[in-house]
Design a binder for this molecule. Structure first.
Ligand code: NDP
Length: 328
């Protein structure tokens, strides 16, 4: 038996999440069984712990889009008992049972080895949010961003993606401008390395002029919607925006003029279906370029029974930084 956060649906279609003891025979099929040590809370987890939002296919469901732990059984030659592994993406925790449990079983293809220099706890302090932040940094670098080019904007900065993006960019020598709707997080963001705090309200207005002054040399955007549309018109000539999230909305009320007259690039960042080699590269970069003291400053600890509350909180934009869930 093992403990898991189980989400069940009642006759009226309402979901209920609670910690339950479950038999090993209920784990899904897969090549590798993992004794989970830590998981975390991402925006998507908030959806899957709550009403499911079309992401969860069948109930009862075990959410948790990320986990890190130790291989307990493996029929795949790539992983042996005792190996430490990370799982993110591949719709684990959405369409498939995930990491809010003491045991998980998945395909070997979905795992990556824990990189040298990281613990399973640190890996989950990073989680999908931080992994995606690193993918965004790498995309901006691939499109020519270098330190010294000017200010790099991070939107949704006090959230998970934004916090990790801020810490990595600052460590790499970029001048980070952090957008937040929570002025009380200013000291926290400065502690992560932000050079400037931008009030969310300053970017809240919808686009009136398709081009404004050229301000940002790059942007990692976790917010989407009207804010992303506005930011496009403020990018420097030839600069790139890595579009990561939709915390502020999925529609993009934008003009194409910044693409046509300023050669601005809008780079889509997906973490879920990312091929294996990219994953390993990104995790190695995280181990190298994310200062662990900064990561620790983002962390709030939690247990399985805290997850229904934290799931609701993250959907309301009330979680600061990263949550680490000790499932044991
Ligand atoms: P968080 O909730 O931790 O962070 C989101 C932040 O966005 C909030 O903390 C808040 O920051 C800001 N925000 C929230 N609501 C609004 C709003 N209405 N308008 C403007 N800003 C807002 O979530 P995550 O960091 O985990 O995820 C961020 C986004 O990235 C989500 O949309 C998520 O789905 C997406 N994502 C995408 C991935 C991919 O593969 N593409 C992978 C991981 C996440 P502040 O208080 O500082 O303003």
């Amino acid at each position: 038996m093992f403990n898991a956060l189980l989400v069940e649906k009642d006759a009226e279609g309402k979901t209920h999440a609670a910690v339950r003891s479950i038999g090993m025979d209920r784990l899904p099929e897969g090549d590798v069984t993992v004794a989970v040590e830590f998981s975390t809370v991402n925006y998507k987890d908030g959806i899957c712990v709550g009403p499911g939002g079309g992401l969860v296919r069948t109930y009862p469901h075990v959410p948790g889009i990320d986990f890190a732990g130790v291989v307990e059984a493996s029929s795949d030659p790539r992983y042996a008992v005792g190996d430490k592994v990370i799982c993110t993406g591949w719709r684990v925790g959405e369409a498939r049972w995930g990491g809010y449990a003491q045991k998980a079983r998945v395909k070997a293809d979905w795992l990556v080895p824990l990189p040298a220099g990281l613990t399973t706890r640190q890996a989950m302090a990073v989680g999908t949010a931080g992994f995606t932040a690193m993918l965004a940094v790498m995309a901006l670098e691939d499109h020519g961003l270098v330190p010294g080019a000017g200010q790099v904007l991070v939107t949704g900065a006090a959230g998970g993606v934004g916090s990790v993006a801020t810490a990595i960019l600052a460590h790499l020598g970029y001048e980070v401008a952090a957008v937040t709707g929570r002025p009380e997080t200013a000291d926290y963001l400065r502690g992560l390395g932000a050079a400037q705090i931008v009030a969310r309200a300053d970017l809240a207005e919808t686009v009136k002029r398709p081009l404004e002054g050229e301000v940002w040399a790059g942007c990692i955007d976790a917010v989407g919607g009207a804010m992303l549309a506005r930011v496009l018109g403020q990018m420097k000539y030839g600069a790139s925006v890595a579009a990561v999230g939709l915390a502020g909305g999925a529609t993009l009320p934008a003009s194409v003029i910044p693409f046509l007259l300023r050669g601005v690039n809008l780079l889509g960042i997906d973490s879920v279906m990312r091929p294996y080699d990219d994953r390993v590269r990104a995790w190695d970069r995280i181990a190298q370029d994310l200062p662990m003291d900064k990561l620790e400053a983002m962390v709030q600890p939690a247990t399985l029974s805290d997850l229904p509350r934290l799931g609701a909180d993250i959907l309301q934009g009330r979680v600061q930084g990263r949550v680490v869930v000790d499932v044991n």
